[in-house]
Design a protein around this ligand. Structure first.
Ligand SMILES: [Zn+2]
Length: 74
């Protein structure tokens, strides 16, 4: 079982998302533990619990344009 990647949160990480997309959480002051990162080509992934996933979705809506740009380059 994976733990939520947000520092200080020990709930189950049920959603796996790319670190590229998760960065928006760090921009809002949360610290993330990143898995499988192999810079520069692989940004890695993070695992989010239900609660932080909802928060991420809310935050990432605003960043949608940036997200698309990054996806292109990946
Ligand atoms: Zn969490």
């Amino acid at each position: 079982m994976k733990e939520c990647s947000v520092e200080g949160c020990s709930k189950e990480g049920v959603h796996e998302i790319s670190y590229v997309n998760a960065k928006v959480l760090e921009e809002h002051g949360l610290k993330l533990r990143v898995y499988h990162a192999r810079p520069p080509r692989r940004p890695g992934v993070v695992y989010l619990c239900e609660e932080h996933y909802k928060l991420w979705k809310k935050l990432s809506k605003k960043e949608h344009k940036i997200e698309k740009m990054l996806m292109k380059g990946a």
